[in-house]
Design a protein around this ligand. Structure first.
Ligand code: NAD
Ligand code: ZN
Length: 387
């Protein structure tokens, strides 16, 4: 018997570019990325929701790729929103397109869309031929501020969020600010929650900045929205690249602050609750829990709740109250599901101070229940205050 151990060092390059009107013939950014990667044939998948507000997009993309001297083997539309990743149908469709186009590992799949379409297409690309290059162009506030610049992709299964998925560093990410302003107002505003999240656990100065500009951000001031998205994207990308655990082998996941409850609420409610709004409720709840458990001050939680209300983000949802046959809150199931998803002992990020999180390994169900009640009362009071 013998055991041999080998080291396999691998360095990933994670590129995130910020631009505007990426498919304008005069814009070189995407051309550079596509050519530099060897210029293999490409295929494009676009979120149908984006083409609805920008019907000329498919044609512009085709012209841009052709003008770059690259072979384009198809432009496809995939229905947007959570339905894209609710089961494996979207992924199977993309696999078929990749196969029919005869793409290989030197080819590139360009995906343009919200977080759900990026996730489904990303998983299909990561698994076809064990990995076809993926160039992401996120189009929502949330996906430009968070998911699109990450290194994960997933679809839902067994009634659980993101159960099937992979870690796969995209070939490049292009945040095109022009897409932000095409979204409806609610989606444009809602995605700011991931900026609030990353600020709360990573960057007190950024949190102060969001707070100071909350009214203007709520009013969707274009420059501030873009700045907020960019700062959030860079904080996420930096944490992934420099935080020491890009593929989440450990148990701590600072970027998932507020997410144990959010993911459970999303599964409980189904398509009636967006990820962004679920995270907002999760952050409100975890901030309150952090105060009552003695981890952070009441004044910080007060600031968080006021900020979310100013940004017109929800603090509560009726599903927080849903119970099982034994009368236990269903949302508490999210704690164990969160632990299972990560493996190892339960580790949940809670708040210590503005810009600083704390990993905790136990969450008391009774405390969570009490906080749900208090959150409902405080949310009502905040919503009733004059604007
Ligand atoms: N992989 C990760 O690391 C990660 C991280 C965070 C979130 N996520 C996932 O991201 C998903 C949420 O993504 P989202 O918030 O971007 O929402 P979404 O993808 O569900 O899109 C929301 C809606 O906006 C439409 N849309 C997209 N871009 C548009 C634009 N520019 N103009 C008009 N309409 C547009 C879509 O068609 C859809 O109807 C969730 O499934 C969540 O789990 C993944
Ligand atoms: Zn999230």
């Amino acid at each position: 018997m013998s055991l041999h151990e080998f080291q396999i060092p691998v360095v990933f390059r994670h590129r995130v570019a910020f631009t505007r009107a990426a498919f304008d013939p005069g814009n070189d950014v995407l051309r550079g990325i596509l050519r530099e990667s060897g210029g293999g044939p490409s295929m494009v998948v676009i979120d149908e929701g984006v083409t609805r507000v920008c019907p000329a997009l498919a044609g512009q993309v085709a012209e841009y790729v052709a003008a770059a001297g690259l072979e384009l083997r198809g432009v496809h539309l995939l229905g947007g929103g959570e339905a894209a990743k609710a089961d494996d149908r979207g992924v199977r469709e993309v696999w078929r397109w990749i196969d029919e186009a005869g793409l290989d590992r030197h080819s590139q799949v360009l995906v343009i869309g919200g977080g759900a379409v990026l996730d489904a297409v990303g998983f299909a690309a990561a698994t076809a031929h064990r990995g076809v290059r993926l160039v992401r162009l996120p189009t929502t506030t949330l996906s430009q501020a968070d998911s699109g610049v990450g290194v994960k992709c997933a679809i839902n299964a067994f009634g659980k969020k993101n159960w099937i998925g992979a870690f796969a560093v995209p070939h490049a990410v292009l945040n095109d600010a022009a897409f932000l302003h095409l979204q409806d107002e609610e989606t444009r505003r809602a995605g700011l929650i991931e900026a609030v999240k990353v600020a709360l656990v990573k960057d007190a100065v950024f949190f102060d900045w969001i707070e100071a500009h909350a009214d203007a951000l709520a009013a969707l001031d274009a420059d501030l929205l873009e700045e907020c998205v960019q700062r959030s994207a860079l904080l996420h990308a930096r944490h992934i690249a420099e935080g020491g655990d890009p593929f989440e082998n450990g148990s701590s996941r600072p970027l998932d602050f507020g997410h144990w409850a959010a993911h459970k609420l999303e599964s409980l409610v189904g398509h009636g609750l967006s990820h962004a709004h679920a995270v907002s409720v999760g952050i409100a709840l975890d901030s309150l829990i952090s105060t009552h458990a003695g981890w952070c001050s009441e004044s910080l939680t007060g600031r968080v709740l006021r900020l979310l209300a100013t940004l017109r983000l929800p603090l509560v949802h009726p599903a927080l109250r849903w119970t099982d046959d034994a009368g236990r809150l269903r949302v508490l199931e999210g704690i164990d599901e969160f632990r299972q998803h990560l493996g190892g002992p339960l580790t949940v990020m809670m708040l210590r101070a503005a810009g600083r999180g704390i990993d905790v390994h136990e969450l008391d169900g009774d405390l969570v229940s009490r906080c749900v009640g208090e959150l409902e009362r405080r949310a009502e009071a905040l919503m009733a205050r004059p604007r």
